[in-house]
Design a protein around this ligand. Structure first.
Ligand code: NI
Length: 140
């Protein structure tokens, strides 16, 4: 086993409460093991998908009362029109909308699209899920 390094992490209280609930549900023995698992999953997916043509879904939530935000998010998507296959808009409640954008092409471009959306102030949550039909590396 390689050397263990201890480091501090600051999180919003509410997020940590939710994370602790997740830890209990998934029966992780400790926060450290749960965080280690998240890091591994993230790095493995990145390694696996690097440089390949993939299909991906970018989903995000935003406040639709912020008109500038709505139009900026649309502008960003038009900048990636060749990549985007479809987009779906869901009115979640009085204030919030969710968009689900399906894209197909280079993983780098899909990541770029998700980064541009995520970095926009007012976007509450942005996730990207990438998938590929290439064979997964064999588990050993
Ligand atoms: Ni809406």
């Amino acid at each position: 086993m390689s050397e263990l390094i201890r480091f501090g992490v600051s999180l919003e209280k509410e997020l940590l409460t939710r994370f602790d609930r997740h830890i209990r549900r998934e029966r992780y023995p400790s926060r450290s093991e749960a965080i280690e698992d998240l890091i591994r999953k993230e790095l493995i997916q990145k390694d696996w998908i690097e440089g390949k043509d993939v299909a991906g879904v970018v989903s995000f939530v935003f406040n639709h009362h912020k008109r500038d935000l709505v139009s900026h998010l649309t502008d960003i998507q038009h900048g990636f029109h060749a990549l985007i296959v479809s987009s779906q808009h869901i009115h979640l409640d009085h204030d919030n909308c969710m968009e689900i954008v399906t894209a197909r092409g280079s993983s780098k471009k899909i990541k770029k699209l998700s980064e541009m959306i995520r970095s926009h102030k007012g976007v509450k949550d942005c996730h990207v899920t990438l998938t590929t039909t290439s064979r997964q590396p064999a588990e050993d």
